[in-house]
Design a protein around this ligand. Structure first.
Ligand code: AHM
Ligand code: MG
Length: 358
């Protein structure tokens, strides 16, 4: 049927248009709103609304669908296992990390709305050098595959992204200053969790919405409108194996989480997947606190400000939570380098407040 339609609609564009309409029709029949419809509907909430951010988000969505397809067949496709390369942080890159990185770069480069990207897997930022891209108003930072140590063992992983308006002049090549912007300058941020189902959660600064991928129509459908993180929670997420290297505040807080007190629902439950997207997603829905603090071994913590902490902080704050280094609101940090790391503590408002009070 598809081949026949393709012959009838001689050019690819008409064929794609028909496919999109077909998907939208199927989604409408099921009474669900697709992510594409939602993004277009919300376009006017955005103060720079010209359609470019909408197209940029759609480019990102296409890349996440391709990555999702590969993640789902990772065990089959002889794509598992480490490459011989190491990324700038000295960690072994997994093949899927490289694949995902390339997918995002290619989608954003061809989309024309972004003039450059910076990603966890590249030593330096990439400025897109076509005339088309030089006119792009945005830059994107991303972690293409977060929690990649989980790939080989079939545990949830994710993608995280942030979008900023460029600071350099439109028409020129992107510069490092375009990427070294405070988190509060983000115009959009989101993540995709490749879990028991695939979900995309994002914000443009007007609340947080979550979409679940319906594999039968290949569309993300609105499943979690206006997500709010519960003010109190019962879950704490930290790599407790590092406790010996943590400072007294962290030790005291974890001891507090484990104390018995029926009035405050303690002891809390410990949950740690070592994939921050999955850990934070769970805590966002159920209520909880996630901590990757500074340790004596890693004085700035492990997580990267531009690719991990800022986007997650933006989402958590938009959902009513708090995101802090322990001293500073994460979104107020002035970045000094692309691969900067920061201690990251975020989650339910009252849990983070308790941590800060110690
Ligand atoms: P990655 O981006 O290289 O996968 O590393 C980030 C991940 C986070 O998702 C997770 O919270 C953390 O590293 C786990 O680190 P650890 O194994 O030290 O607990
Ligand atoms: Mg990561």
């Amino acid at each position: 049927m598809s081949i026949l339609l393709k012959c009838y609609f001689r050019d690819e564009l008409s064929f794609r248009y028909l496919q999109t309409k077909k998907i939208q029709y199927l989604a409408t029949m099921r009474g669900v709103k697709t992510l594409s419809e939602f993004i277009i509907e919300k376009q006017d909430d955005f103060k720079y609304a010209t359609g470019e951010l909408t197209r940029l988000l759609n480019d990102i969505v296409i890349a996440t669908k391709i990555v999702n397809r590969e993640v789902n067949k990772a065990g089959l496709a002889n794509i598992l296992g480490a490459t011989e390369n190491e990324n700038i942080q000295g960690e072994t890159q997994q093949k899927l990390d490289v694949f995902a990185d390339q997918q995002f770069i290619s989608a954003l480069k061809n989309g024309g709305e972004a003039c450059g990207i910076a990603s966890e897997e590249n030593d330096d930022f990439v400025a897109f050098d076509s005339e088309f891209s030089r006119n792009g108003k945005y830059v994107v930072t991303f972690d293409p595959l977060d929690g990649s140590s989980n790939i080989d063992v079939n545990v949830s992983i994710g993608t995280i992204f942030s979008i900023y308006r460029r600071k350099s002049e439109v028409g020129q090549l992107a510069t490092e200053a375009d990427f070294l912007q405070k988190g509060e300058k983000q115009v959009a941020a989101g993540y995709v969790v490749y879990g028991s189902s695939t979900m995309l959660v994002y914000t443009t600064g007007n609340g947080v919405n979550g979409f679940t991928l319906d594999p039968s129509i290949g569309e993300f459908c609105l499943s979690h409108p206006n997500v709010k993180v519960p003010e109190d929670g019962k879950i704490y997420s930290i790599n407790e194996g590092n406790m010996v290297y943590c400072d007294q505040q962290v030790k005291d807080y974890i001891a507090y989480c484990k104390e018995e007190d029926a009035a405050t629902n303690r002891p809390y439950s410990a949950r740690y997947i070592a994939s921050m997207v999955a850990d934070i997603h769970r805590n966002l829905i159920k209520g909880g606190i996630f901590l990757y603090p500074a340790t004596s071994k890693a004085p700035h913590g492990k997580l990267r400000l531009l690719y991990e902490s800022n986007p997650m902080a933006f989402i958590l704050e938009q959902a009513g939570g708090i995101a802090t280094t322990g001293d500073t609101r994460i979104l107020e940090i002035e970045p000094t380098e692309l691969h900067q790391r920061v201690p990251t503590i975020l989650g339910s408002k009252n849990m983070v407040k308790k941590y800060l009070s110690l």
